[in-house]
Design a protein around this ligand. Structure first.
Ligand code: URA
Length: 274
């Protein structure tokens, strides 16, 4: 893209918004670079390349100077475990997540999105990850999907202001609203586990395939929804967990609301058990 014309303010803002939505999270140069004009890499040679052969070739490896130390996924998971295990309250957990610098998603997000609702509620809903509205407001499930989730919960007498806690398997918006990767969910997992331990809910709802895969290690929401399973936390406690369709999926495919309603009724029955 070799744009040289001046953009007016509105167009520049629209372009920046589009970049942000597409997941662009870092400026690596002050001028646009046309990667296609660089051609294919030079063939390997044992003699020192002449200056002329380097013309029109890309620089060998771009060097980016990181502001923070980059750690491996395993190290990041260990750091998250240590940070999460030290938390004895929601406030401490929220502060620990906010201070955590080793999830790569954080660099591209405006806000840390921790949880919303009633601490200690007997129902914990865990979604996939913040979207654009959640990133902007720093709260989970506040966009259109969140509004549908609220209506679904209301249908069984549940409300995040009274008796439900809502969170996600990652705490920062994945660029362009993509599904979080396994590495990203693995790094956040110790915090999710600690949130479950501190909440000790009667039931956990996994809203969508991503939280189901991250916390139960299974795929295929179409088959797995509506069947109770268990999540075991590091302290050895076990919690009933119900995968359901993600509300964003139901917005796209409303015919599946019938199945979602059956799942909500199963949830209500579980919550009524003594
Ligand atoms: N979708 C999710 O899974 N989580 C949110 O917080 C918002 C939308």
């Amino acid at each position: 893209m070799a744009h040289t014309e001046q953009l007016d303010e509105q167009s520049a803002i629209a372009l920046l918004r589009w970049y942000a939505d597409m997941g662009v999270d870092e400026a690596v140069g002050t001028a646009p670079a046309d990667l296609y004009s660089w051609g294919s890499p030079a063939p390997e040679t044992t003699t020192a390349p002449q200056v002329s052969t380097l013309k029109n070739q890309p620089p060998a490896t771009p060097v980016f100077k990181a502001d923070t130390e980059i750690v491996s996924t395993d190290e990041a998971i260990e750091k998250a475990k240590r940070a999460a295990m030290a938390c004895e309250s929601y406030e401490a957990l929220e502060a620990a997540i906010d201070a955590f610098e080793d999830c790569p998603l954080k660099a591209g997000a405006k806000n840390t999105v921790f949880a919303d609702g009633v601490p200690g509620a007997d129902l914990l809903v865990i979604g996939e990850g913040p979207g654009r509205d959640e990133d902007r407001l720093g709260k989970p499930f506040v966009g259109r999907a969140g509004q549908l989730l609220d209506r679904m919960l209301a249908a069984i007498g549940r409300d995040r202001t009274e008796n439900t806690l809502i969170s996600n398997v990652v705490y920062w918006r994945p660029p362009g609203n993509r599904t979080p990767t396994q590495a990203e969910t693995a790094v956040c997992r110790p915090f999710v586990d600690r949130l479950i331990e501190l909440t000790a809910p009667k039931a956990i709802v996994l809203a969508g395939g991503a939280p189901m895969q991250a916390l139960l290690g299974i795929t295929g929401i179409m088959r797995a929804r509506g069947t109770w399973r268990e999540i075991e936390t590091p302290d050895g406690a076990r919690y009933p967990a119900l995968p359901i369709f993600h509300p964003a999926f139901l917005l796209r495919q409303p015919a599946n609301k019938r199945l979602a309603w059956a799942d909500l009724q199963a949830l209500e029955a579980k919550l009524r058990e003594s």
